[in-house]
Design a binder for this molecule. Structure first.
Ligand code: SAH
Length: 219
């Protein structure tokens, strides 16, 4: 980056990684490095640039939010993503989580129901010359059948229960992280073993936007 503002953002990013991520127990150096590499300020509205590295979610328009850095880090760490994993993300939103995932695997598939968000995220990726991430506009509760199965699935909008299609598209030995509930939600880790048996583990209470189901939002 080289310029002063770029340097400021870099030092804010280092502080974010130290204080919000490492100190709270997300210890994977691969995850920490991903957070250092991705310029979070690029994914928030320009007038919120200065708050991009704050310890909080931020509005990205249409009543949606970019998740708090710690939550993105926690969800990413729990998935233990490897370079060759096929990863499905539901809820592209700003594209920030997508960019973090892209640091960890070569096979990222991201579905967003609001066309405007998907287009915006794709434009940022193009500007940053990030290649090889696959985007789709559609209802993510149906997953992305043509590209399935997925070794990892991350859901960043909360349905009431796990969509059947997502469970079906999770590969044997796969992991899915998903917030479930209405006004009060909990984050769950869903694991499928090599025989296809599924277990679920409650991780922590969270607040995500609800998952829309059944209809594509054109705006
Ligand atoms: N990971 C995003 C979080 C965005 S908030 C980020 O870091 O910015 C959740 C997103 O899920 C919103 O963009 C919302 O439009 C999207 N969403 C809601 N229901 C959806 C569905 N059924 N399929 C795909 N995306 C959905």
């Amino acid at each position: 980056m080289g310029n002063e503002l770029g340097d400021l953002f870099y030092s804010q990013r280092m502080k974010m990684v130290e204080e919000q991520i490492l100190k709270r127990g997300v210890f994977s150096s691969k995850v920490a490095k991903a957070f250092l590499n991705v310029a979070r300020h690029r994914f928030v509205p320009a007038d919120l640039n200065k708050m991009a590295y704050d310890d909080s979610p931020l509005p990205i328009g249409l009543d949606q939010t970019i998740s708090q850095p710690y939550i993105v880090a926690f969800m990413t760490e729990v998935l233990k993503i490897k370079k060759n994993h096929r990863v499905l993300e539901i809820g592209t939103g700003s594209g920030y989580q997508t960019a973090i995932l892209n640091q960890l695997s070569n096979f990222i598939y991201s579905v967003e129901i609001r066309e405007e968000f998907s287009r915006k995220a794709q434009a940022i990726f193009a500007e940053m010359a990030i290649k090889g991430v696959h985007f789709k506009v559609g209802d993510g509760s149906f997953g992305w059948k043509e590209e399935s199965p997925f070794d990892r699935i991350i859901v960043t909008a909360a349905p009431k229960k796990i969509p059947d299609a997502l469970l079906a598209q999770l590969a044997p030995s796969g992991k899915m992280i998903i917030p479930l509930g209405g006004n009060f939600q909990n984050l769950f880790l869903i694991e499928k073993n090599s025989k296809g048996e599924v277990t679920q583990k409650l991780l922590l209470p969270v607040v995500f936007v609800p998952m829309l189901q059944g209809q594509i939002q054109k705006r």
